[in-house]
Design a protein around this ligand. Sequence first.
Ligand SMILES: [Zn+2]
Ligand SMILES: [Zn+2]
Ligand SMILES: [Zn+2]
Length: 441
Amino acid sequence: MITFTTESLQKYDTVYLGGQHAFERALIENYTCQLISRASSWQKFVDGLNLGAFNSNLTDTKVEWRKRLAMAFIKYKLVEFDLCIGSSSVSIPSSAREFDIWMWDQYPRLLSSFMYLWSNHKTLIKSCGSNCSQCIVIDGHQKCRRRVCRAKNVQVSTEEFESLTVGCCRTPSLGSRFCELHQVLDEKNVTAESLTKQKPNKKQKMMKKIIMGRYRQHGFGATNCRTIKQRSESYIKRCSRSFGILAGVTNCKIVITFSEIFRSETLREIISLLCSTIRASNYNFPKCGVYDDGCHLVEFIRNHYGQDLKRTSASTSLYETKFSVDRTHFKGHVGRWCRANMNPYKNEMLNGINTQAAEQLFSWVKNYANILSSLGWRRMPIYLLLLFHYKNLERMSIRPTHVFNIASSVPFTPTVSLAHAADTEQVSKYKVSSFEIRNFT
Ligand SMILES: [Zn+2]
Ligand SMILES: [Zn+2]
Ligand SMILES: [Zn+2]
């Protein structure tokens, strides 16, 4: 273990983070600046470094070097982040593999702290102006799709939902469609499934299209808007990639929440993320929200609240949040109920408010799609957290070394990351079963 305090992290010009290399702090800082400002200049920056000066191993390729620097960035900045939220010291394992496990263990705490800090930036840092934190803009982004395990039937229970199907977040093992945890499923089912499965012919495909179309038209009667984002169950089952990122950005362009999605944007996952955010923010959530499929979100909340969407302080808070469809997408919403209730032009709380905040953010994030999808399942969410944190700091003109003493105020929110909560359950389940197999067969 290597231990850091605020003083020790900044004391020397070089910093040792484990492994074979020590890094110049200036290099990491420079990397961060380039990274936050524009991904294109950052790539040039990394590629332009004199490789020989930093490592003698000539077999290293540019890609490997890029990854190594990304890893140093993650380690250094994660320690800095942990100190920034008020931890008195941070101890990290020196081996890369153990570090990965360590940071994944810490992820719910770090993510809750992120949500708490930025949801409360108006009071903890400063107000961005009269409309600060008034509205949350939710948007999905499908560019950062990485390979994920085919175990889609992974469930998790949260404060609001008895059971939520989220899918496995791990990267498949080499030569397999399943991760190391779910290898059992690979042997049993997949061969049988792929043998019996035939490609549907054209006629079947047409029929399916017609049936799906009808389903879309009549299945969600109240709003009549054909904006459902959820993909068909069979498509999700076959899909070997994640579905990108979902993020919530305030109208003052501060990212307050995000999540990776593994099964297409389902309303349940969005609701769950928002409820977690409300809890982690200590109930300081914007009074209104904007989402391009806002009508179905509101319809779902109204129809399920008090039933399979349990009544909690967080879900009640969400129920009371006034949602609208965003301005650019509203013309596509034709349902009568939607025209009357979800009109962003008629929501007074949205006067003078930037409802494009999330789209603007994602046009920045898409530059990182390549590096993000190459990072591996434990590193990607952490890298995103750091990207968003440093982007937020830049926006508020706060130095990264600033210390907010919030660590003790952050509410405990164990299900803040659905992927993490589900994975923890899967680990205990499959560890137990492989133990049983070894001992009883
Ligand atoms: Zn603000
Ligand atoms: Zn898996
Ligand atoms: Zn609508």
